[in-house]
Design a protein around this ligand. Structure first.
Ligand SMILES: N[C@@H](CCC[C@H](NC(=O)CCC(=O)O)C(=O)O)C(=O)O
Length: 366
């Protein structure tokens, strides 16, 4: 067996999904840098004659055309958030459980590994399958590979049900919270810092903005039986001109996670009301998705994989599919609490469980 080289990756899809997860994670693909991984995915599917392969930038679609009565879209993003000294991957044992540690293991390359393996191996699924692996999910909605694909090839989104392989501890998580980002600005007056009394320090005004955030009590909101937890946080702050100048501007970057029962307009209005008197600029807005677990295929999938559905607190592309009228759920290996964390790590048994759950359902055994 030849040694895997992350600088020149080729995946042997007959390897276990755990080995594939490790290899896929070791090919760094922070948003905007997915081409090497996308090339490797296309190359690894070269022998899969049962799949029609379509590429749009660094998004790859592979679909069966078996004439089945129903089509399921199964998708996963191939980008990750930035590294923080957490690659290459390594195996760890914690409390007797084996884990694969490293950036992307949870969000969401274990899910992609399972999907790739099944795409290659399931030549006769009971439903037609459209597999999608896409770029730029972890950044603004405008850059998301599925936004581009929906503009270029909306026909590829046709389906009766969609499964997003985002981390869910290999249990179903329904819907997703909405996601808004805003820049909140306060202004002052520039002056020489040796004569500060003639200026008006904008950075000091950030304290009042931060106080609003600090005292904010984010509610829990029940939507169709699932309880979504909201959040409002500063995720960045900037200001300052030079070491001897009283600054005339400060900006606090705020991220609002809102329940899927709220519309985008309601979320925007809430932020504008909270920060009335400040300059508020909405820089990104993606509405959430209600659970949608009453759809017949969602019910069948839920019954097949078992467990109790939980809410998805992050934003995922289930929102995109739901908005297109395709019921969608999240289902993938990895604890979402470890997504984006420095000690991101996936339990190996969850990768195996997810593969078994999907394989059995897609083969008509679940
Ligand atoms: N366009 C969004 C993309 C952010 C997506 C990201 N999603 C997850 O982390 C899903 C995993 C999970 O929460 O279980 C997010 O919610 O930040 C953006 O603009 O941020």
């Amino acid at each position: 067996m030849s040694r895997f080289d992350p600088a020149h990756p080729v995946f042997d899809l007959s390897e276990s999904s755990t080995v594939l997860t490790q290899q896929i994670c070791d090919v760094e693909s922070v948003s905007g840098d997915e081409t090497l991984l996308a090339d490797a995915i296309v190359a690894s599917l070269a022998g899969a004659d049962h799949l029609e392969i379509i590429r749009d930038g660094d998004t790859i679609v592979a679909r069966t055309n078996l004439g089945r009565a129903q089509r399921v879209v199964i998708a996963g993003h191939i980008d990750t958030v930035p590294l923080n000294d957490n690659l290459p991957t390594r195996y760890e044992t914690l409390d007797g459980e084996e884990y694969l540690w490293g950036r992307g293991t949870v969000d969401m390359k274990a899910g992609v590994a399972v999907q790739l393996k099944l795409a290659a191996e399931l030549t006769e699924p009971v439903v037609d399958i459209t597999w999608m692996w896409y770029d730029h999910e972890e950044v603004s909605n405008e850059l998301n590979g599925l936004t581009r694909l929906a503009a270029n090839r909306p026909d590829l989104f046709a389906g009766d049900f969609a499964i997003l392989g985002e981390p869910t501890n290999s249990q179903i998580e329904g819907g997703c919270n909405g996601n808004l980002r805003a820049e909140i600005r306060a202004y002052g007056l520039r002056a020489h810092s040796a004569r500060s009394w003639v200026g008006d320090n904008a950075i000091h005004k950030a304290a009042a903005i931060l106080a609003i955030l600090d005292s904010y009590e984010a509610p829990e909101v029940e939507v169709d039986g699932l309880v979504y937890r909201e959040g409002l946080n500063a995720v960045g702050i900037s200001g300052g001109v030079a070491g001897n100048i009283i600054p005339d501007e400060v900006m606090v970057h705020v991220n609002y996670r809102f329940a899927p029962s709220r519309s985008g307009d309601e979320a925007v209005a809430h932020i504008r009301e909270l920060f009335a008197g400040y300059d508020v600029k909405i820089v990104d807005l993606a509405v959430g998705a209600r659970p949608g677990l009453d759809a017949p295929l969602a019910q069948r999938f839920l019954a097949a994989v078992g467990g109790e559905a939980k809410p998805k607190y992050g934003w995922t592309d289930v929102a995109r599919f739901s908005a297109m009228g395709v019921p969608a759920v999240n289902y993938g290996p990895g604890d979402p609490m470890k997504a984006h964390a420095d000690d991101e790590r996936v339990r190996v048994s969850q990768i195996e469980d997810c593969e078994a759950g999907l394989r059995s359902w897609l083969s008509g055994r679940g």
